[in-house]
Each structure stands twice: as C-alpha cells, then as structure tokens.
Write a protein that binds this ligand. Structure first.
Ligand code: AMP
Ligand code: MG
Length: 398
C-alpha cells in the first residue's frame, strides 16, 4: 500500500498530459466557464462618449451658480448636435451624450426648474457627474487577458466593449462509457442481481459542468468484445471516461483492453479513499480515465482528476482542484494508508465555512453523498482530526 501514488503525484502526472486544445473563435454569450486563449481587446472607447451619470442639467461649471437658459433636452441615445454656449444648459438623462462645451452635470434634485430656464444655486466642480469617454477602457486596450475565465461579469464586459468574438480553446469532446453486466437504466424493470446505472447520468452531468461536449455510449456488459467495440469508438474523443471494471476481479476488463488498443497507462491506483483503483492513461493526445464503479468513487475521482484535466485542456492557468479552507465541526478518524475525501455539509458562518461530515460514508452510498456539498480532505495518518481543526475541502458543484 505504501507504494501507491499520492493524490498530488497522480494529479501532476495527469496535468502534465493535458495540453490546451487548439483555439477557436466563439461569441462570448453562452460561453460561461470557457477560458480565453488570447487577450480580448476593446473595440471602442468605453464609454464611447462623455456620458451623463445623472438625470439633470449639463452646463459649463464656470457658469454656476446662476440661472441658465435651457436650450436642449437630451435623452439616452438622442444626442443634440449643437454645442453648449456660455449661459446655456441642456436637460440631460442618465446615459445621454454630454454636449461639447458642457463640462459638468448638476443632478435635477439640486436645481430649480422654470419654463425655459434653470436656476443652479451652488458652484459646480468641473467634471461633476460626467463619465469621461474611455474612462472604463480605451479602444485597443485589454478587456480580459489570455487565461481569463468567462463568468457573467466578463461576458458583460466583452459585450460593452464591443467584442463580438473571442478566441477560446475548443471544448473537449468526451466519450463516456459505463461497464457492468448488472446495470440497467432507471425506468426499466430490475431482474435479480441487477442495479440501476447511476454513474452514466452523474458523470455526464459532471463532464458537462466542466465544459465538455459529451457522447455517452450505451453501457457495456463485462464482455471483452463489447468492451473492445465500445472503447475503439470512445478513443476517438479527446477524453475517455469509463466507469467500473478497473479493479482486480476477473470481470474487470477495462485496463487490459485499453492496453490492447494502444492506451499507455500512466498510473493505476492512488492512495485515496474512495476511489483507489482509478486508472489513467493516454493514447496520442487522448486522455483516458478509468473511474471505479462504486458511485461515490466515480464522483470523487472525477472531481480530483477529471475536472482539473478538462480545465487544463480548456487552457485554465490554475486548473485545480480548487481546495478551500474550512473548520471541521466534528472529529474525524484518519485512514493510516489513504487520504480520504469525506462527504460533508458546508455552511457559512461569521467565521467562515463549517464542515459537518455526513453519516453513510461508504463508497456505494450515492444517496447519502447527494446530501453533501463538500468533500473534506482528511490526510492519511494516525489518530484523528479534532473538531474545530482547519481542513481543506473541495466544493461539489450544485
Ligand atoms: P466495479 O468497479 O465494476 O467493480 O464496480 C464496483 C461496484 O460499483 C459494484 O457494486 C457495481 O455494481 C457498482 N457499479 C458499477 N458501475 C456502476 C454504475 N454505472 N452505476 C452504479 N453502480 C455501479
Ligand atoms: Mg464491474
């Protein structure tokens, strides 16, 4: 057992093989989670013109305080072509173009309006309530650097700066194959000895949430020909994820048949609980993950190794897994030989995250695991982690 790879070693070997895929041009909309392969540059100055930050009156600051004649009414999107002369003001809406000649806007709350004039009772600072042209970004400047991940704010920023297409690594194509003679899909009747197949739907959701395009192949029985046929097809993808059949039993066929098909094994078995029999190999640029069939082993193995690999393929500078710090609510016994990922419920209090380990930690207990939103890393060793101790945990995606 002592010679099993650690999580970190296994992760390092995985990420060393996960090179970013080639770039493609895509619209930022709908690209949440994608990573820029090249910097995105502003197409325009933003704001594109000096713009009013308030509903009020545009004027020359030097004219205040005084009564000015109102010569125009400017709405957003409806500029006046005419510059403002001394002694003049223009009513202006938020987002309206501040006319040439004007250098300040006085909010409507601070003036006294008459029919065609406005009384400005107090002095006004130059630039007050005017958003200068290019104050957010200038044309040609970087809106987002290479490596930036697109979230809602980033997508909004690109749109505002007139960026209609960006270059991102293309989405990885993932093939998903579950193995096991005993497996049936929910909705079908179960015969004796059969169970419902849960890794297929779960891993498909995980793969999609990690940005992959997924092809789920029909589950295969523990039969060499069926495995070979399905794996040949799966190996055309960028990433192959299998579930089941990577342990030491006579029906565990995945690794042997992958080897026959030219998959070079990088590692098999990691000092982790659950998920010890996980395998990883490559064929050319294709990454091949063999997740153990126990549902929680598949869930955890994916978060530890497959999700970071998918992030790296998509160009993420820091692909994870993204461990955070929190406080353990109850003590936990350590496993002497393997690092353990304990399913827990994370809640946030004033002093940060609190992690309550859940009952039912066995690797087949996917329903118990479904109550968790975090995986607490319990490093292998003797004794226990005490309640209140700071630990590292991974969030489970919701
Ligand atoms: P294996 O890794 O193939 O030895 O499977 C380990 C355990 O996980 C066995 O109890 C299997 O029945 C179960 N199992 C394997 N694949 C799946 C799956 N796709 N969904 C749910 N359970 C599975
Ligand atoms: Mg099996």
């Amino acid at each position: 057992m002592a010679d099993l790879l650690s999580i970190d070693e296994a992760l390092e070997r995985t990420l060393a093989r996960a090179r970013p895929l080639e770039g493609e041009q895509v619209p930022p909309e709908g690209g949440v989670g994608r990573v820029l392969a090249e910097p995105a540059l502003a197409a325009i100055d933003l704001p594109p013109f000096p713009s009013s930050a308030m509903d009020g009156f545009a004027l020359r600051a030097a004219d205040a305080p005084s009564t000015l004649s109102v010569v125009a009414r400017i709405a957003a999107g409806r500029p006046t072509g005419r510059p403002l002369a001394p002694g003049e003001a223009a009513a202006i809406a938020t987002g309206g173009v501040v006319p040439d000649g004007a250098d300040a806007v006085v909010p409507v709350e601070y003036v006294v309006e008459h029919d065609n004039s406005v009384e400005i009772p107090a002095p006004v600072d130059v630039g007050a309530n005017v958003r200068p042209r290019g104050g957010d970004v200038r044309a040609g400047e970087v809106v987002l650097p290479a490596g930036a991940r697109l979230g809602p704010a980033q997508i909004g920023a690109l749109a505002a700066a007139g960026v209609a297409v960006v270059t991102c690594a293309r989405r990885p194509r993932a093939a998903l194959l579950t193995t096991g003679t005993e497996l049936r899909r929910a909705g079908e009747p179960l015969s004796p000895g059969q169970i419902y197949e849960s890794n297929g739907p779960m891993l498909e959701a995980q793969l999609r949430s990690a940005g992959a395009d997924v092809e789920q192949l029909p589950p295969v029985e523990d039969d060499p020909a069926a495995h070979r046929h399905a794996l040949e097809r799966a190996l055309e993808a960028d990433v192959v994820v299998t579930s089941g059949g990577v342990s030491v039993g006579p029906h565990d066929l995945v690794r042997g048949i992958e080897a026959d098909l030219g998959v070079e094994e990088v590692f098999w078995r990691v000092a982790v609980k659950p998920g010890k029999p996980i395998s990883f190999g490559v064929r050319g640029a294709t990454l091949v993950f063999g997740l153990p069939g126990n549902p929680v082993s598949s869930l955890v193995g994916f978060e530890l190794f497959v999700r970071p690999a998918l992030a790296a393929l998509q160009g993420a500078a820091d692909p994870g897994p993204d461990f955070e710090a929190g406080r353990l609510a109850t003590s936990l016994r350590r496993n002497p030989a393997r690092d353990e990922l304990v399913r827990a419920r994370r809640t946030t209090g004033e002093d940060g995250s609190r992690l309550d380990p859940l009952g039912g930690q066995e690797s087949h207990m996917i329903v118990r695991a479904a109550a968790a939103n975090a995986l607490v890393l319990v490093p292998r060793g003797d004794g226990e982690l005490a309640a209140g101790e700071t630990v590292r945990y991974l969030r489970l995606p919701s």
